[in-house]
Design a protein around this ligand. Structure first.
Ligand code: ACM
Length: 535
């Protein structure tokens, strides 16, 4: 693969370069972490891009969007999918610009003006998701090897235009590829039920920052949220509770399919999680046969963990997980089924290992790959199983070492360190929703860690990516969800996408600030973190 030789520039250096090439205003003063956040001077559009791209080369004059701008999706023979990506991009741009932006077939090359989407099967250096965005006075050309890359290019283009109104995309070339293949967010719809529409809204939000995975924690002690035809009481009865005693709810199979399709259109893969052998009270309340004594417990609306366990010695348990995982696999085009495996405090260690052996075999039989929380490392992870690390600074060295050993044995890691990546941790003691068992996570803390060097003994090559989980014991409304997720989700998106050399809080906090008007324009109820100089 050809290595791109254009170094990524620091914002200051980029600004200096821009001053040589275009009449833009730059500031040399970059603020300082220790000082209170001050209003920042305007950044150039390239400097505002979040996640920071791998390479930007400003050059010449830009392209002014106007009433005549069209989106061109390739000539005869161009795949239908490119047309679909172009339609979606046009729709995303019409709202803020107010322009008609018709999508036309033909002249996907340099030939016609406007926005041109171009698949280039030979652009190997752009990989599975990378893209090039080149702007000249006649238009903006988006080039990628895959439709996913074109989609990401479109998200960059959105950010090169004003949050509201039309404008000029600056001249030059952005060449960009992700650092990590897995860039995820998790939503817990079990502790509190949320409608599929809220999950789709989150897909819109995270995909514009180039995240590509939505992990959905579908089941827990407090509620079962997905219809299973062979065990209907799971959703019908087990769905009817949530933390605090609210009505709960569940998703039909059609609603789940709708979410999966909506996400796929935005190049987001859904990873469904059925947590086991612990976190199963809602299932056991629905079917007493899932307990060892055959008696169904009451539904549970508190916030304790670790008190429930499937009955490891009972064959009916394995018929249950085979049915559930089989139906879920059939609904899920993505490669992974997440089987939890965390906090199984009521399952003896030998039983836990025996259970997880069989559960992993069930996943494989249904044609999927296993994903599980990192406690599986202490049992017998199946070949290829992906482990999701959720420890923190006070996690024992022995526990971290078990994860590192598994990683070196070939188990890819997704990193969700709770004291950096858990979006349900309070920012500080004033934050109304949220928990603090892993400590407070103010905005700089969400950003200030390096996934490639984070776990001792784990090489970057073993890190599949980064995920930001949002647990909902204390989160029951859209506004609380968005308050906890934003802006920290954006910081984690940058950690997952941008090259290590681009990671710098002082510059990142200015990029965050620049997103404020975009978040406002999308009515996202973000937290105005005091460390960020919001406009
Ligand atoms: C977890 O936070 N129990 C994965």
């Amino acid at each position: 693969m050809r290595v791109l030789r254009v170094p990524r520039r620091t914002p200051g250096a980029l600004c200096a370069l821009l001053l040589l090439t275009a009449p833009v205003s730059c500031t040399a003063a970059r603020g300082d972490d220790a000082k209170p956040a001050a209003a920042s001077a305007p950044l150039s559009p390239f400097e505002r891009l979040l996640p920071a791209p791998a390479s930007v080369v400003p050059e010449g004059l830009g392209y002014a969007f106007g009433a005549g701008t069209v989106v061109r999706t390739g000539g005869p023979g161009a795949p239908e999918e490119v047309r679909r990506v172009g339609e979606l991009l046009a729709e995303q741009l019409r709202g803020p610009t107010g322009l008609p932006l018709p999508v036309v077939d033909g002249e996907g090359g340099e030939g016609g003006d406007g926005v041109r989407l171009r698949l280039d099967g030979g652009a190997g250096e752009l990989g599975e998701e990378g893209y090039r965005l080149r702007t000249t006075p006649t238009g903006v050309t988006l080039t990628a090897r895959t439709p996913a890359g074109l989609f990401h290019a479109g998200q960059t283009l959105r950010q090169l235009l004003p949050a509201r109104g039309t404008g000029t995309v600056p001249g030059g070339t952005v060449t960009d590829t992700p650092r990590f293949a897995y860039r995820g967010a998790m939503i817990d719809v079990a502790r509190h039920h949320f409608p599929v529409e809220q999950a789709k809204r989150y897909v819109d939000q995270l995909s514009q920052y180039k995240m590509n995975t939505l992990h959905v924690h579908l089941t827990d002690d407090q509620g079962w949220r997905i219809a299973v035809d062979s065990w209907p009481r799971l959703a019908e009865y087990g769905g009817g509770s949530e933390v605090g005693g609210g009505p709960g709810g569940s998703w039909s199979k059609d609603e789940y399919r709708d979410l999966v399709g909506y996400a796929a259109d935005r190049y987001v893969t859904v990873v469904p999680e059925i947590d086991m052998p612990g976190h199963v009270n809602a299932a056991q309340a629905s079917y007493g046969e899932l307990t060892c004594d055959g008696r169904a417990p009451e539904r549970y609306t508190g916030v304790k963990v670790g008190f429930s366990s499937l009955c490891v010695g009972k064959e009916r348990t394995y018929e249950f997980i085979d049915d559930v995982l089989g139906e879920l696999a059939a609904l899920t085009p993505g490669p992974y089924l997440h089987i939890g495996g965390d906090e199984a405090h009521s399952t003896p260690a030998a039983d836990y290992a025996a259970f997880m052996d069989r559960a992993q075999a069930v996943v494989a039989r249904h044609g999927k790959k296993v994903m599980a929380w990192h406690q599986l490392a202490s049992a017998r992870p199946a070949p290829g199983a992906v482990l999701q690390y959720w420890g923190h600074d006070r996690t024992s060295a022995a526990e971290k070492a078990a994860v590192a050993t598994a990683a070196r044995a070939g188990h890819p890691l997704v990193l969700s360190p709770a004291d950096h990546a858990y979006l349900d941790m309070k920012y500080d003691k004033q934050t109304k929703p949220g928990l603090a068992w892993a400590g407070y996570v103010p905005a700089p803390r969400a950003y200030s860690w390096n996934p490639g060097t984070y776990l001792p003994g784990v090489p970057e090559s073993a890190v599949l990516g980064v995920e930001a989980p949002l647990w909902t014991e204390t989160v029951s409304t859209r506004s609380d969800w968005e308050l906890m997720a934003f802006p920290r989700l954006l910081s984690l998106a940058e950690l997952a996408w941008s090259p290590a050399a681009a990671l710098d809080w002082t510059a990142h906090r200015l990029r965050l600030a620049a997103q404020g008007p975009r978040l406002d324009a999308q009515d996202i109820a973000y937290y105005r973190a005091p460390e960020v100089p919001w406009p």
